[in-house]
Design a protein around this ligand. Structure first.
Ligand code: G6P
Length: 371
């Protein structure tokens, strides 16, 4: 009903705007300003020195949050980490043993593909952690430990605020291991704590891009294909942006790792092709910024229409982008939480421009309880 939507045009619009809160609530009381992680429910797992690798399993949007979790786990805890789609992991005779931590990420906690993969992992002797948004759901009940996201109930079929909450939950898990294993200095932990605790306010700024995105979406309402490029933490966000456009607006969309462009996807670029590019901060010490700016130049030279999601004040992208959506300067691992919001908004706005039901896209279910 209209009352449940609290004045919003859809649950999707409401839930996108609730992303800062979802993140704040998921972090609350679990991370101190000094960067101590206080999560009693994870204490036993985090203290388990037998664990030598982490495998994240999930489906859909949740799997993209897990990619960020795996990057964080390797960077902050120095534990080898990978991500697999639950249904692939379950049936390919993956090597799993008592040294493996299998972390499932599922908003509903009922996704059958993920549940079957968790059971499979447990039977093989793995420790299992569930990152879940639904208290008492089946997957958390069957897992060794659960880290709940506190996004609040998510009604729209396509996941938005649960995604952001899942991202920070995977970060908390990585930080907890990083602290327990002494992989992070106190200064590094404090820097990360400060960055994460600042994220909700920065995300709230991104929610304000709504009107601009509305205009962009109307300008593009008749488009048939949209590409998304990102690198490192921007890559999962490119995948997420593309998935949302498929799910909500029924438009063909693909996300690519920007470094992969020259290995294939650049052949798709023709005049008028719309490409969203998640641009790393120019402050990035690994020169990924200039590499992605080169990608933008390459596709622009072939006639692409580029919409860059770039740090405010990033002058290098201006000559080559048709549109720039500015992000407040943030820690590298916070950037994806900022960039995803305009992409969620874009999927929603384009669907609305086409007159579609954004809360209940055709053929999809909120929770897929069949394999
Ligand atoms: C369904 C939903 C997606 C969601 C996926 C995983 O396909 O339509 O939005 O990302 O399931 O759901 P889960 O509850 O496991 O996070």
């Amino acid at each position: 009903s209209a009352a449940e939507k609290g004045g919003w045009s859809s649950f999707m619009a409401k839930e996108i705007s609730e992303q800062p809160e979802a993140v704040a609530n998921t972090l609350r009381s679990r991370i101190t300003p000094e960067g101590h992680i206080d999560i009693p429910e994870l204490a036993k797992v985090v203290a388990d020195t037998q664990i030598t690798r982490v495998v994240f399993i999930a489906c859909g949007t949740a799997a993209y949050s897990a990619m960020l979790g795996a990057y964080a786990m390797e960077k902050w805890a120095h534990i080898p980490a990978s991500v697999e789609l639950s249904h692939e992991f379950r049936y390919r005779d993956a090597v799993i043993d008592a040294h493996t931590l299998v972390v499932s990420v599922s908003q509903s906690g009922e996704t059958m593909d993920t549940l079957m993969a968790v059971r499979h992992a447990a039977e093989a002797g793995a420790t299992t952690v569930s990152i879940c948004n639904t208290q008492g759901a089946t997957i958390p009940r069957e897992s060794t430990a659960t880290l709940y996201t506190h996004a609040g109930p998510e009604v729209a079929v396509a996941s938005t605020k649960a995604f952001s909450a899942q991202v920070v939950a995977t970060y908390l898990l990585a930080l907890a291991f990083g602290e327990a294993r002494g992989a992070l200095s106190a200064a590094e932990r404090a820097e990360l704590a400060e960055a994460l605790l600042a994220a909700p306010d920065q995300m709230a700024e991104m929610v304000q891009t709504g009107e601009r995105i509305h205009e962009l979406a109307h300008w593009m309402a008749d488009t048939h294909s949209v590409l998304y490029l990102g690198r490192h933490v921007g890559y999962p966000i490119a995948l997420e942006g593309a998935l949302k456009l498929k799910e909500l607006a029924y438009i063909h969309a693909e996300g690519f790792a920007a470094g992969e462009l020259k290995h294939g996807p650049i052949a798709l670029i023709e005049p008028g092709q719309i490409v969203f590019v998640v641009v790393p901060s120019p402050r990035d010490p690994r020169s990924l910024h200039s590499k992605v700016v080169s990608n933008i130049q390459e596709i622009r030279a072939r006639g692409a229409r580029v919409i860059a999601l770039a740090e405010r004040g990033d002058a290098a992208v201006l000559p080559f982008a048709d549109e720039v959506i500015a992000l407040p300067p943030a820690h590298t691992f916070v950037e994806p939480l900022l960039a995803v919001i305009p992409l969620h908004l874009f999927g929603m706005e384009l669907a609305m421009a086409k007159g579609l039901d954004v809360d209940q896209p055709r053929n999809l279910a909120k929770s897929v309880t069949v394999e």
